[in-house]
Design a protein around this ligand. Structure first.
Ligand SMILES: Nc1nc2c(ncn2[C@@H]2O[C@H](COP(=O)(O)OP(=O)(O)OP(=O)(O)O)[C@@H](O)[C@H]2O)c(=O)[nH]1
Ligand SMILES: [Mg+2]
Length: 242
C-alpha cells in the first residue's frame, strides 16, 4: 500500500504496463522479485506459476491483490508457454506495454524505466536487456559467458542476427509486437524464437545495458551447459526440417 501511495504521488502507476514473471520452483525468490517490482511502481504484475513443486504459488498468492495477480498452469509447460499465458492475458486486459522478467532474482526493476521509456516514445517496438553492452555491471562467471557467446554465434549463423546478448529474459515490447510475435516454443527455445520473430517481422528493436545478478542461488538453479547445447540442437533440427 505504501509503495502504491508513493507512486501515486509521483504520478507513475504504470497502469498500461504489464510485467510477466514466469516462475518455476522459485519459492526462495518470488516474494522479493514481486516486492522489487511493486516498489518501482508496477501495478500489473502477473506471476505465471508453471506448476511448481515447491511453495512458489502459495508465496506469490500472499502478494495477490495490490496490483499482483497469479496465474497457474495445471502442468509444467515451460518458460515459453508461461510467457505466452501471461502475454495473452495481459493483451486481454488492454496492456500497451509488456515486460518479461525472470523470477530467480537476476533481473532488477531499476533497469525497466529506461527500457519502457524507449518503447513508449514510439521509436522502438522492442527493447532487450544486454549483459554485455558497456554500462552493464554484470559479473558473468566465465563458463556461462562462453556458453552465452556460443549462443550469439549460433544466432548469427542460423538466423543472420547479430546481437550482444541472445538469452536475456528481460524484454519490453509494445502491444503491436506482443500481438504479432508467434510463440510456439514452450520451453527455453522461446528466447531464440522471440528474437527470430522480431527480426523476421522487422520490428524496430534496441538492446540496452542491464545488470543481471549472478549469485550462488542463480547458478545452482540456472541453465546447465548441457541444456544450452540441447536447445541449440533442437532449434537446428527444427530449422533443417523446414
Ligand atoms: N514458467 C516456467 N518458468 C521457468 C521454467 N524453467 C525456468 N523458468 C523460469 O525462467 C527464468 C529463467 O530461468 P533460468 O533457468 O535461470 O534461465 P536463465 O536465466 O536464462 O539462465 P542463467 O543465466 O543460467 O540463470 C527463472 O525465473 C525461472 O523460474 C519452467 O519450466 N517454467
Ligand atoms: Mg536465471
Amino acid at each position: 500500500m505504501a509503495a502504491k501511495k508513493d507512486n501515486k504521488k509521483k504520478g507513475k502507476l504504470k497502469e498500461n504496463v504489464f510485467v510477466i514473471v514466469p516462475a518455476f520452483n522459485e519459492e526462495k525468490m518470488i516474494s522479493s522479485v514481486v516486492a522489487d517490482l511493486k516498489a518501482h511502481g508496477f501495478s500489473n504484475v502477473l506471476v505465471v506459476d508453471d506448476h511448481s513443486k515447491d511453495e512458489t504459488r502459495t508465496k506469490a498468492e500472499q502478494d495477490e491483490g495490490e496490483g499482483v495477480l497469479v496465474l497457474h498452469h495445471i502442468a509444467n509447460r515451460g518458460q515459453g508457454a508461461a510467457l505466452k499465458t501471461g502475454i495473452d492475458f495481459a493483451l486481454q486486459q488492454g496492456a500497451q506495454v509488456i515486460v518479461t522478467f525472470d523470477s530467480d532474482g537476476q533481473h532488477q526493476a531499476k533497469d525497466l524505466d529506461k527500457m519502457i521509456a524507449e518503447v513508449e516514445s514510439g521509436v522502438y517496438d522492442v527493447v532487450i536487456g544486454s549483459r554485455f553492452l558497456e554500462g552493464s555491471a554484470t559479473q558473468i562467471p566465465w563458463f556461462r559467458k562462453m556458453v552465452l557467446k556460443g549462443g550469439l554465434v549460433f544466432l548469427w549463423v542460423m538466423y543472420g542476427l547479430r546481437l550482444s546478448d541472445a538469452q536475456n529474459g528481460l524484454r519490453v515490447m509494445n502491444r503491436k509486437t506482443a500481438e504479432q510475435i508467434e510463440m510456439k516454443e514452450d520451453r527455453m527455445e522461446h528466447a531464440t524464437e522471440i528474437l527470430h520473430e522480431i527480426h523476421k517481422k522487422q520490428f524496430r528493436f534496441k538492446e540496452v545495458p542491464v545488470d543481471v545478478k549472478y549469485t550462488d542461488y542463480s547458478q545452482m538453479k540456472g541453465q546447465s551447459s548441457l541444456n544450452s547445447i540441447k536447445i541449440a540442437f533442437n532449434l537446428m533440427m527444427k530449422k533443417l526440417a523446414k
